[in-house]
Design a protein. Sequence first.
Length: 388
Amino acid sequence: MQPTLKSKLPNVGTTIFTVMSQLAHEHGAINLSQGFPSFSPPAELTDMIGHYLKHGNNQYAPMPGVLTLREAIAEKTRRFQGRTVNAETEITVCSGATEALFSTIQAVVRRGDEVIVFDPAYDLYEPAIQLAGGICRHVPLGLAAGSLDFIPDWQQLEESISNKTRLIVCNFPHNPTGAILDSTDLDRLASLVRDTGILLLADEVYEHIVFDENTHTSLLSHEELWPRTFIVSSFGKTLHATGWKIGYCIAPAALSAELRRVHQFTVFAVNTPIQNALAEYLGSDPGFIDSLASFYQQKRDLFCRLFQGSRFKLQPARSTFFQLVDYADISAEGDVDIARRWTREIGVASIPLSVFCATPTARRLLRFCFAKDDATLTDAVERLRALS
Ligand code: PMP
Ligand code: GLN
């Protein structure tokens, strides 16, 4: 008898990032779709990795991560967020933010639990919630009429909380809109969860890429939120190394212990030589992280300037290496179709915003990754401007 496999995720196709990158590749298009930098990680760091590959320990790392790396993460957390966390019990090194998010959701969500995400929502949350047997509730970020400034709608969040709510996923700095939170937002969030058992999952992978006068206000820095929060970050974004797949989760000891129960059977441990090199590199205090925001701000400014005087509309992103661009004055075509067509016809690939939203949107928005060299960005925008 031929076994039949009933899908556990029947509504999930291949992730849009793979789809668009593949299409860009097939058509030789400039790939501003999937978010990855075209820059190299710091040379000192890659030299250190080479050293540890040749002379270091190439066997299993400790399950929660190499201790010296966890200590370096604790120091970074103290310096940037002002909180002292325990490297032994409160930090877990994971295989990218992806595994940290996935393992956390599996550790926390039970059958029938509700999990709230803000739309547009990064595409891994809902499938991970479904695999855990949970139900994903979508709360759209607010968008004032005529504006492209996305902001959390706390009123709607309040209305979406029920006695089944187990977890709220807070991805700020937000992919793809660049929305960020301030301390007033965190106070509001605290007031909404105060008398509940709701846990929080803060996906803060863009913590070091925040622009202008804005600052990143981590859930970790909030006295009332910290005891119920898993904070996830990724060295992929911070060190131009998305291919290394190393991230981490910081959470109070009792929460970290539950995450580790899953992490140990998902990947067990993350590769040893890169962990050793990261520990040494972060410990040497290279200043790379401090200059990351201004580096990307120049990219953002260039990318936005290149559109000036065109019929594309945009509001400079407050954070991340993504810029939303409104093409409503150029075409009425849906974003999924136009993203594909422009990849094929003008050779510029982007990500349609609607794939991150549960409810169809009438907005005509595409997400472009500006983590590219200036010539690539200039070429891409020239091609787009030729349309208008
Ligand atoms: N969360 C968000 C919001 C992201 O944009 C990404 C990837 N770019 C991830 C998680 C996954 O990070 P990683 O590549 O470290 O797994
Ligand atoms: N996070 C990246 C983005 O938003 C892509 C990650 C991936 O391809 N899985 O584009």
